[in-house]
Write a protein that binds this ligand. Structure first.
Ligand code: SF4
Length: 138
């Protein structure tokens, strides 16, 4: 299973922190599955920490107004490459993220407002037949 690296405790989140799952969930996943961590934003060449970004129309924009669409796309392609390399059909991805979010994402206003939509990586993986599960649905 592909898993957002921040859910596994990697400090790759925009603010240098992580979104580590509770120990019990993490241990169960590690016992039952082989986990492949991916962080599309890091794979796309963005630094950690970094300015947060949100999807806006078909692109991605940072809070300081920089167009980071190309970096997000590059990272999504790297995640897809790994998933296909290992013939993976399922990904557990961080909810609401402009990369990993599936179903709901922030609306591009940086006001914490969620709207229906997918992050760039979630969208690409889904388009290639990979099922996405948000961490609250594990
Ligand atoms: Fe986590 Fe995905 Fe954001 Fe990386 S891009 S920090 S894996 S939510």
């Amino acid at each position: 299973i592909v898993v957002s690296a921040c859910l596994l405790g990697r400090n790759c989140k925009y603010n240098g922190g992580n979104n580590r799952l509770p120990d019990e969930k993490l241990q169960r996943l590690k016992t039952d599955y082989e986990l492949i961590p991916v962080c599309p934003e890091a794979y796309g060449g963005l630094t950690t920490p970094r300015v947060p970004s949100e999807r806006l129309c078909d692109g991605v924009i940072s809070k300081t107004g920089r167009d980071v669409t190309a970096e997000f796309q590059k990272g999504a392609e790297a995640a897809l490459y790994l998933a296909q390399l290992f013939d993976i059909k399922t990904a557990i991805l961080k909810e609401n993220s402009p990369s990993c979010g599936c179903g709901m994402i922030y609306d591009g206003t940086f006001t914490g407002t969620l709207v229906p939509g997918d992050g760039v990586t979630a969208e690409l993986l889904k388009a290639h037949g990979i099922a996405i599960i948000g961490e609250s649905k594990i």
